[in-house]
Design a protein around this ligand. Structure first.
Ligand code: FES
Ligand code: FE2
Length: 378
């Protein structure tokens, strides 16, 4: 087994968890520049279907147009700014009509119908399409990027190349979604997901299925981090009773059938590939000390269509584990905000947290492996 190392790092300094200036810098420099997991193609089954992806002041419409193409636009009108879609998901007709003065946009974003603007000198509807948002469909997962000139997806998340096709992610469908609003800084959820040091004490059921030492990281630096854990029962899965809820994905080899592959995608997603299902967490910062986590359980349609299909054992295990983790994060956050708390040393089992912190500091533009950063640099 490869030896992992936290390189003697300490956690990030307290200010990174409590400063609103840092939170604003994170939003500008990280979340508005990164590829963010917004949803999955299965949410856009028919032409005209859409869902909203929202972060801070931004709202993005992700839709499937009449020709089947998936597109993303800012959810505001080019006239006086009104939000266009107000429901978080739905099916549009052939056009998106603004609820204020009825300007209408095609699903390609073009402004098509503009009541009573004919006599405005120099007005040309072609000058006012919806603002586009960059979108990438990676194996069915839809990522958006709010930057003016985003880094190409493959360059931004190179660790994803050539992986995970065996789970057929583009064919999957979510059977369940849980939304958790939790009182802790968003980075603490990343940290928590990135180690199993806490598993023996905090997750007795999970730790029995895949003991905390049964792990190896195959991506140890950069925006995609993680690796496999092997289960005690190579014919089972991570469920409340340890049995699979569905047959293993057809494309998996014997080794993959006995493992769970856990990866974090900087800055806001965790993907967990089980033999019979895929678990997705999305982390959305709401404030310096408040975070929304959206968790979804994806199965193959052929499993879902099988009589007697029951995903509850998978849902129950992870909902329980999530709640155990969120409680740990809240409790840790309550300590970290103390004026007396100082950065603590990472164990070698926390090498992925140290790697996350390096990636985080690079993305923030600090570009240093030191945590003792003067705040004026942020
Ligand atoms: S704000 Fe949309 S039509 Fe006026
Ligand atoms: Fe945990």
């Amino acid at each position: 087994m490869k030896k992992r190392s936290s390189r003697g790092q300490h956690t990030l300094a307290r200010e990174y968890f409590v400063s609103n200036d840092i939170f604003a810098a994170e939003h500008e420099r990280i979340f508005l520049r990164s590829w963010l997991l917004a949803g999955h193609v299965s949410q856009l089954q028919e032409p005209g279907s859409y869902f909203l992806f929202e972060i801070e002041h931004e709202s993005v419409i992700v839709l499937r147009d009449g020709a089947g193409e998936i597109r993303a636009f800012h959810n505001h009108c080019r006239h006086r700014g009104s939000r266009l879609c107000r429901e978080t998901s739905g099916v549009l007709g052939a056009a998106i009509q603004c609820p204020y003065h009825a300007w209408s946009y095609g699903l390609d974003g073009a402004l098509r119908n503009v009541p009573m603007m004919n006599d405005v000198a120099g007005f040309d509807a072609a000058d006012y399409p919806l603002h586009r948002v960059a979108l990438t469909n990676w194996q069915g997962f839809l990522f958006v990027n709010l930057a003016d000139q985003p880094l190409a997806f493959a360059d931004a998340l190179p660790g994803l190349a050539g992986r995970f096709g065996a789970w057929q992610p583009s064919e999957l469908r979510a059977v369940h979604r849980e939304v958790y609003d939790v009182e802790a800084n968003w980075k603490m959820f990343f940290h928590n997901f990135s180690e199993c040091y806490h598993c023996p004490l905090a997750h007795p059921v999970l730790n029995k299925l895949a003991p905390f030492r049964n792990s190896e990281n195959d991506l140890e630096e950069g925006p995609v981090l993680g690796g496999p854990m092997w289960m005690n029962n190579s014919e089972g899965s991570m469920t409340i009773g340890g049995e699979r809820c569905a047959p293993a994905f057809a494309g998996l080899n014997d080794e993959q059938r006995g493992r769970v592959y856990y990866y974090t995608l900087f800055p806001g997603a965790f993907l967990s590939f089980h033999p019979d299902y895929v678990l997705v967490h999305r982390v959305q910062p709401l404030a310096i000390g408040r975070t929304r986590i959206v968790c979804e359980w994806f199965f193959h349609p052929s499993a879902i269509a099988t009589p007697g299909f029951d995903p509850q054992p998978a849902i129950a295990l992870w909902d329980m584990t999530n709640r155990q983790d969120w409680e740990l994060c809240v409790n840790a956050y309550r300590g970290v905000v103390s004026r007396v708390w100082r950065a603590g040393p990472y164990s070698e089992l926390e090498s992925q947290l140290a790697a996350f912190d390096r990636q985080y500091l690079r993305a923030l533009g600090i570009g240093s492996e030191s945590q003792n950063i003067p705040l004026r640099m942020v």
